[in-house]
Design a protein around this ligand. Sequence first.
Ligand SMILES: *C/C=C(C)/C=C/C=C(C)/C=C/C1=C(C)CCCC1(C)C
Length: 266
Amino acid sequence: MKIKNLALSFSAMALAAAPLSAQAAENLASDDFVGISFWLISMALMASTVFFLWETQSVDGKWKTSLVVSGLVTFIAAVHYFYMRDVWVATGETPTVYRYIDWLLTVPLLMIEFFLILRAIGNAPGGIFWRLMIGTLVMLVPGYMGEAGYMNVTLGFVIGMAGWFYILYEIFAGEASKMAANEAPPAVQSSFSTMRWVVTVGWAIYPLGYVLGYFVYVDDAGVTTAAASQALNIVYNLADVVNKIAFGLLIWYAATTESKGSAQAA
Ligand SMILES: *C/C=C(C)/C=C/C=C(C)/C=C/C1=C(C)CCCC1(C)C
């Protein structure tokens, strides 16, 4: 039964990817390193999805949801990466719309994952979740408006940074930080500190990409250059590897460690 369900989700994934190969207008050039990174990461995201969903079979019940959420994040991102690669290869332009639709779907899923960790620690009030969501929107919407030209590019960046700092405040000094982490099992405690580490260091890679793309590699007239879009996309792609795949693997590691521990105790 389980195998059948997994088989179903994998065929859904194949279906999602199928029309795209027909649609690709150009082939990937051997020196297009940004395009190659889009390609490599789409494959890594697909493989991670299979792995996370498969591994739900071997962890304790309370971790299953976390692994499924990790698998959803990598799945949604994989599909977006196919489209983003096509835009990049065909036009050499930054696929801003796909990028932000992906983030708008996957960052809230990561927030759900953080909230699941908080709930594993103790009785996390729902208000924390909503504040994290508001922070997410304040971070992403102005970022999109800045990149897509609906808002001054600096203003979009500054408001987006404020949204991110609000999220950091919530998990380091706000209610979420006051959850008694030391009462939880060690594996849950380590996921909590992984989560903080990811939101601080892992997420910092994204504004770095924005800075390189819109403030550093601009010509004398203030217009962005080809180097700018290359830097922006490479850095965003790297950030996704860290925050979607590596983060999922850390959760998987905590889940399998703790599931083994409780199996021994039983
Ligand atoms: C899977 C995708 C993830 C985890 C995306 C995260 C995106 C960010 C942390 C974006 C942050 C930004 C700022 C902090 C300032 C404004 C520009 C953004 C949107 C790139």
